[in-house]
Design a protein around this ligand. Structure first.
Ligand code: ADP
Ligand code: MG
Length: 362
């Protein structure tokens, strides 16, 4: 991280207002981004973060306010106009075409042509050069569907770079990638900022903020709360800005001394051949127990076994002191266990059905 206060102003969003029917999503928002800066946009769900970047990206038009890029007032009235002004957005939901190659995705809609045909050789060559420049370890002729989520994100970043974007927006980029992939993402971000790119980073992970971000702007209920230099502020101060009150009286806990509270769930020597072995742990009432480990360490499998969604070969499970053995998730749910799965879209929700259906499903 350089001294970001020395960077020049790249982008200013001034007095931005945006109303949706019944919702005042952005009320007089001000935001400034400098060259070479990673600027976090922080706020609870519904604070207006995505709406603000969609205004910047030309997906929504603001009702009021102005956008100034490199000192010039610009009119971003669509996605193309945003691109032309050097703005690239990497949305939380990736939008690459799965059955097309990396190169085809990068150059979608602007393929190099030769005698009326797409010049595939040139396209692959140019894409590969970009991928290699950033040591992505991805082949230009690979299909998107063969890539991991993190690799797909990298392709999105390469695509953004290929447009010579000066302003890169990332909406919660680390929500579904592993620690190792996060480290690579941060390295790529640093190499971009060292070239003067300004990055707007939407996240609610405090630890990441400290590691990668220079400044942070906090929003709450569609309003601008403030902008801080990350190293001059604290986690607690930022959370207080986000929620609008001090954390001390945030939750009232029934069990403050969790170590001496009754045990809610106890797992003893749970094993499943080839998946996990001799796993023991207990959770007290009022306790939040963390389960650390690399992707593939077996954490999800253990929880699914406790939940009755997967068999186990040996071991015991106790709930409030009574031994239980759930043969299916239905039994677990009836006994008061809920599982919010890893892939909520695939495992947790029936997307074709209504919210009401999903809420009452269990
Ligand atoms: P964040 O990204 O900080 O979670 P959003 O920008 O998505 O917040 O949403 C801000 C507010 O605007 C929310 O109350 C949300 O329900 C509302 N909102 C967002 N998009 C729309 C839309 N297209 N139509 C109506 N209301 C919307
Ligand atoms: Mg959002």
């Amino acid at each position: 991280m350089g001294d970001i206060l020395s960077g020049t102003t790249l982008l200013e969003m001034k007095h931005i207002h945006k109303k949706f029917p019944g919702v005042y999503a952005l009320k007089d928002i001000n935001f400034e981004l400098r060259t070479g800066e990673v600027h976090a946009l922080l706020g609870e769900n519904g604070a207006g973060k995505s709406t603000l970047i969609k205004v910047l990206g030309g997906i929504y038009t603001a009702d009021e306010g102005e956008i100034i890029i490199n000192g010039k007032k610009v009119n971003i009235d669509g996605v193309k106009a945003a691109q032309a002004n050097g703005v690239a957005i990497i949305h939380q939901e990736l939008v690459l075409v799965p059955y097309m190659t990396v190169a085809e995705n990068i150059f979608l809609g602007r393929e190099p042509m030769s005698s009326g045909f797409v010049d595939k050789k040139k396209m692959n060559h140019d894409a590969q050069k970009l991928l290699d420049d950033y040591q992505m370890g991805i082949q230009a002729n690979q299909l998107i569907k063969e890539l991991t989520i993190a690799q797909q994100q990298m392709v999105e970043i390469v695509k953004a770079i290929s447009y010579n974007s000066k302003i890169l927006v990332m909406d919660e980029p680390t929500s579904s990638i592993s620690d190792k992939e996060v480290a690579f993402l941060f390295k790529t971000m640093r190499s971009l900022t060292s070239k003067g790119v300004g990055i707007i980073y939407i996240s609610h992970k405090m630890s990441e903020l400290e590691e990668i971000c220079d400044r942070v702007t906090v929003m709450r209920d569609g309003e601008y709360v403030g902008t801080e230099v990350v190293k001059n502020t604290t986690k607690d101060a930022l959370i207080a800005m986000m929620v609008g009150r001090d954390l001390d009286n945030f939750y009232v806990r029934d069990y403050c001394d969790v170590e001496h509270a009754p045990i809610a769930l106890e797992v003893k020597n749970l094993s499943r051949q080839g998946t996990f072995e001799n796993i023991s742990f207990s959770v007290h009432k009022g306790e939040i127990l963390g389960f650390a480990g690399l992707v593939g360490a077996g954490r999800s499998e253990i929880m699914e076994a406790v939940f009755g969604a997967r068999p186990y070969d040996a071991g015991q499970i106790f709930m409030n002191g009574d031994e239980v053995h759930f043969k299916n998730p239905m039994q677990a749910i009836k006994s008061g266990i809920a599982l919010v799965p890893e892939d909520r879209k695939k495992q947790g929700l029936v997307l074709g059905n209504s919210v009401a259906f999903n809420l009452t499903l269990s």
